[in-house]
Design a protein around this ligand. Structure first.
Ligand code: MF3
Ligand code: CO
Length: 249
């Protein structure tokens, strides 16, 4: 069942996602040569708490940190570590969730540490572009997979592959609500979009194969071929006037 949100509930989701967006903007400045991913996690957690929210991910199914930090060939769910030092040229994906007044905000972005390679830069821009191509179809009356289809078309026409094993999701009082939102597949499938749906749309693009594997820590997902991966996610609301992006300031 897809839970539609009332105008009042949307207000709170706006607030929760604003906290996520502000935390992204703050952490984007911290991604420099020499910082550890544990430092980024601690700074992010402190910032979320300072804004009056709680990190959504901490303790979620046993996840041990507040921010998911996935570097280079890591796709999603990288665990922050004191031993993991960011160096110039790294592609760093941050996934941030904040729980505020009973609702979750969720957004991910990939950032370059200093100067990054031409390919990394194209990949990171393509992940963002795929999200925006997808939400052009996030219109009342369209079907859910119209979004999925556009994301895949955009990604593949830019020479990148789309991860199959992880998908976007509805979001609200729970971080993961129905429906699941694949970033691939044929159009004109799935439920019709209605005003009041709130969705986290999150393409993960790989430079090589779309195949991924999970490391022995049980969380960190990496590309099967060791090539780069980028992630771009926003929480959006479906409205009669088109999609509203809640997690972008
Ligand atoms: N943002 C991720 C998602 O959309 C959640 C991170 S998984 C967690 O599914 F366990 F770290 F919370
Ligand atoms: Co998400």
């Amino acid at each position: 069942m897809i839970i539609l949100k009332s105008p009042r509930e949307l207000e709170i989701l706006r607030d929760a996602n604003k906290i996520v967006a502000e935390t992204h903007n703050f952490l984007a400045e911290q991604i420099v040569d020499g910082i550890t991913t544990a430092d980024i996690d601690r700074l992010g957690e402190e910032y979320i708490l300072k804004l009056g929210a709680i990190p959504s991910f901490k303790g979620y199914q046993g996840y041990p940190a507040s921010i998911c930090i996935s570097v280079n060939e890591e796709v999603v769910h990288g665990i922050p570590s004191k031993k993991k030092v960011i160096k110039e040229g790294d592609l760093v994906s941050l996934d941030i969730g904040a729980y505020y007044e009973g609702f979750h905000g969720d957004a991910a972005r990939s950032y370059g540490a200093g100067q990054i390679s031409e390919e990394a830069s194209r990949l990171l821009k393509a992940a963002e572009g795929a999200f925006f191509a997808g939400i052009k179809k996030a219109l009342v009356g369209n079907r859910l997979s119209d979004i999925s289809y556009e994301i895949q078309q955009y990604a593949e026409s830019h020479g990148f592959s789309v991860v199959r094993d992880y998908v976007g999701h509805g979001i609200g009082r729970e971080m993961h609500e129905s429906p699941q939102i694949p970033n691939f597949g044929p159009p004109n499938r799935g439920p019709r979009l209605k005003a009041g749906m709130t969705l986290a749309i999150e393409p993960m693009l790989n430079a090589g194969t779309f195949h991924v594997k999970t490391l022995a820590d049980g969380w960190t997902v990496v590309t099967a071929d060791g090539k780069l991966s980028a992630h771009y996610e926003n929480t959006i609301a479906i409205t009669e006037d088109g999609p509203e992006i809640l997690s972008l300031l």
